[in-house]
Ligand binder design. Sequence first.
Ligand code: SD4
Length: 334
Amino acid sequence: MKRRKFIQNASLSTFGIAVGSSVFASEKKLSSIISEEIKSENSTASFPLVIATWNVNNSTAEAWRVLQEGKSALDAVEKGCMIEEANAEGQSVGIGGLPDRDGNVTLDACIMDSKGNYGAVVYLQNIMHPISVARKVMEDTPHVILAGKGAEQFAISEGFKPVDLLTDASKKAWEEWKKTSQYKPIINIENHDTIGMLAIDKNGDISGGCTTSGLAYKMAGRVGDSPIIGSGLFIDNEIGGATATGLGEEVLKTVGSFLIVELMRQGKTPQQACEEAIGRIIKKSPNFKDFQVGYIAVNKKGETGYYSIHDGFWVTKYQDGKNENIPSDFYDKK
Ligand code: SD4
């Protein structure tokens, strides 16, 4: 039986028998049927695998190195994201990130593992590695999100050293911006942006991370999609994972990464799911010509997908021993 048909039939029969408390059990059964079915098609499985937004070869190389040591996808995404966070040249992640309107660099990040655990920091200042603080929130606190001062205090209590994140180059850019103070999200501000990373380890387990300084010259206090579960990142180890880059407000309104994983659950390929999630934004936002959003996704088989609104979105994929930059297909062909 063709996979789509199989899943549809499974859904229908499950729906037919699902009553009261048996709904949950039936859904569980359905997801394990789907998961088994995906595995049985998995003869050409190709993992370990790392895929990330934008041209971030050093980050994917580090994640791949971690995977080759036999470590988990969770370790791989954390270490991979840290490379970009520490890169002062990158003006949208970690140190060197462009500040908000008041000149403060404020960072958002989250991480999600194959067991469905999630941790995040929002509006974090003075700490170089928000992805690692997010992991600590996930593993060492009873909470899932810490914000602002509290997140910073927590990081320092865990041994993270305070640093000045505003580099001379970013300060200069901000001072230049202040002359007009015109706020306009720039499409593909550079080819080296917010890093969203998905990895599958040798056991086939999936994790993801997403880390950013957010939109340049945002209002003080603004939080984007990147640290918010289901928007900037979502992982369901039975199905796959997705992560986002671009104008976070649009991703948040459509809960893009969760949407992509649910579309894959319904039988769509990662590519089809990314395209449908971009389509959802296009449909709801008539001004889509003015902003960029890009998604990447991976399923349990190690198949990947990527799609954006506009030209200029790239992904980096490390699979079968090859670390490649790949241009993404896009919606707005003019
Ligand atoms: C945000 N999605 O804060 C992030 C920014 C980004 O490419 O991805 N820029 O909205």
